[in-house]
Design a protein around this ligand. Structure first.
Ligand code: PMP
Ligand code: GLN
Length: 381
C-alpha cells in the first residue's frame, strides 16, 4: 500500500470547537466577534453580488481593492506603494501565509519563529521543507530577549515569521524589540513574513508599527493583513499582502496555483472598508479594548491573574492562580466540561518546550456573552 503522509495534527480550534459544542459551552476559544460586522460592507458585498461581480476576477485582486490597500498603507503608515506590483489579494491571511512560505522557504532553510505562535505556522514551514528555530516569549510580559534571538539566528537563517500584534499572547512588540529583530535580519540577509492581521487592534494608546517601515526592512518584508480582522468579518477570508515588487513576484506565482482568485464581491466590499474614515478604525480598537478590560476585570474579581495584553482578540490567564491542579490541556477540558466555558491551551501554540500553565480567552464578544462566561466561571471557581 502506498503510504499516506498524515503528518499534520488536528488544529486545536477544531478540537475545542467540537468540545464546546458537546457541552453547550460559551466559546471563548476560537477568535471571532459575535456580531455580524458593519452593515455598509455587507450591503456593498450584496450589491456587488447582485450587480455582476460573480466570475473570476483578476488573479492579483480587483483594482479597486488593491488601490484602496495602497491608500490604506499611505494613510496609516506613510508608505508609497505601486498598487500594480506591490499589492496582492488572497483568500484570507491563511493563503497569504502559505504563498509567502512556499515562495521564500526551501528544503533545509531555517525559519526563526516566536512562540507561543499561531498554530498554522509550523506545519506550513515544515511542509515547505523549512526548519523552525524557536524563540520563546514568556508570561507575564512576553519580553523578547536578545540572547534567545542570537541563538535562533545562524548561517542557514532564510526568514523570520513575525506576528505583531501576537496571537495568542496579545503582545505588541515594542519599537526597541522590532529594531533588535531588524538588526538580526539585516546581519543574516534574511526575509520577514510579517503577519500583522491585528494591526488595527492595538490598545492603551499604543501605535502599530509595521515591520516594513523600519529602516532597510521594506525590501525584505512581506506584510500580511486580513480584512476579516479589520472589519470583524472573519468568515470572509480576504487576505491583504503588500511588499516590494521583486519580493512579491514569487509570492504572486504561488497564489496563481493555490487559489488564483478570491471572491470578487467580497473584494469590492473590502475596497469600501479600507477607505473608511479614521473614526471607524479608532472605534474598533476602543470596542475591543473595552472587551479586554471587561474580561480582565472579571478575572481580577475572581482572583485570577491575567498576563499583559495590548492587542489582538485575546488575553491569557495564569492557570495556577485559579487553584486548578493540572496542565493547560486538562484545565481547558475541565473548564469546558464543568464550567461550560471554552478557552484554548497555550501549549497548542508552542513547538518545543511548551508553556503549559497558560490559557487563552477571546474577548471580542458582546458584553452579554462575556458576562455570561464570567458568571459561569465565578460560580465554578
Ligand atoms: N494569522 C493570525 C495570527 C491569525 O490569528 C489568523 C486568524 N485566524 C490568521 C492569520 C488567518 O487569517 P484569515 O482568517 O484571514 O485567513
Ligand atoms: N485567528 C483565530 C484564532 O486564533 C481563528 C483561528 C482559526 O480559526 N484557525 O482563534
Amino acid at each position: 500500500v502506498n503510504p499516506i503522509y498524515d503528518r499534520m495534527g488536528t488544529t486545536i480550534f477544531q478540537a475545542m470547537n467540537d468540545l464546546a459544542r458537546q457541552h453547550d459551552a460559551i466559546n471563548l476559544g476560537q477568535g471571532f466577534p459575535d456580531d455580524n460586522g458593519p452593515q455598509d460592507l455587507r450591503q456593498a458585498a450584496a450589491d456587488a453580488l447582485m450587480n455582476g461581480w460573480n466570475q473570476y476576477p483578476p488573479m492579483t485582486g480587483i483594482p479597486e481593492v488593491r488601490q484602496a490597500l495602497a491608500r490604506h498603507e499611505k494613510r496609516f503608515y506613510g508608505l508609497d506603494l505601486d498598487w500594480t506590483a506591490e499589492t496582492l489579494i488572497t483568500s484570507g491571511a491563511t493563503e497569504a501565509l502559505i504563498c509567502a512560505i512556499l515562495s521564500l522557504i526551501d528544503t533545509g532553510d531555517e525559519v526563526v519563529m516566536f512562540q507561543p505562535m499561531y498554530d498554522a505556522y509550523v506545519p506550513m514551514v515544515q511542509r515547505a521543507g523549512g526548519v523552525p528555530r524557536i524563540v520563546t516569549l514568556r508570561p507575564p510580559q512576553w519580553t523578547l530577549n536578545r540572547d534567545d534571538l542570537a541563538r535562533a539566528f545562524g548561517p542557514k537563517t532564510k526568514a523570520v515569521i513575525l506576528n505583531n500584534p501576537l496571537n495568542p499572547t496579545g503582545k505588541v512588540f515594542s519599537p526597541a524589540e522590532l529594531a533588535l529583530i531588524a538588526e538580526f535580519v539585516e546581519a543574516s540577509d534574511a526575509y520577514v513574513i510579517s503577519d500583522e492581521v491585528y494591526e488595527h487592534l492595538v490598545y492603551d494608546g499604543l501605535r502599530h508599527v509595521p515591520f516594513n517601515t523600519l529602516p532597510g526592512m521594506f525590501e525584505r518584508t512581506v506584510k500580511i493583513s486580513s480584512a476579516g480582522k479589520m472589519f470583524s468579518l472573519t468568515g470572509w477570508k480576504i487576505g491583504l499582502i503588500t511588499g516590494q515588487a521583486d519580493l512579491l513576484a514569487p509570492v504572486i506565482k504561488a497564489h496563481q496555483f493555490l487559489t488564483f482568485t478570491t471572491p470578487p464581491n467580497l473584494q469590492a466590499a473590502v475596497a469600501v472598508g479600507l477607505d473608511k474614515e479614521d473614526g471607524y478604525f479608532d472605534g474598533l480598537a476602543q470596542r475591543m479594548q473595552a472587551g479586554r478590560d471587561h474580561l480582565v476585570a472579571g478575572f481580577r474579581r475572581m482572583g485570577i491573574a491575567t498576563h499583559d495584553c495590548a492587542g489582538t482578540y485575546f488575553v491569557n490567564i495564569d492557570i495556577g492562580s485559579t487553584g486548578f491542579n493540572g496542565d493547560d490541556v486538562a484545565f481547558c477540558r475541565h473548564l469546558t466540561e464543568e464550567a461550560r466555558v471554552t478557552a484554548i491551551p497555550v501549549s497548542a501554540f508552542c513547538h518545543e518546550t511548551p508553556i503549559t500553565d497558560t490559557a487563552r480567552f477571546c474577548f471580542c464578544k458582546s458584553t452579554a456573552t462575556l458576562d455570561a462566561a464570567l458568571d459561569r466561571m465565578e460560580r465554578h471557581f
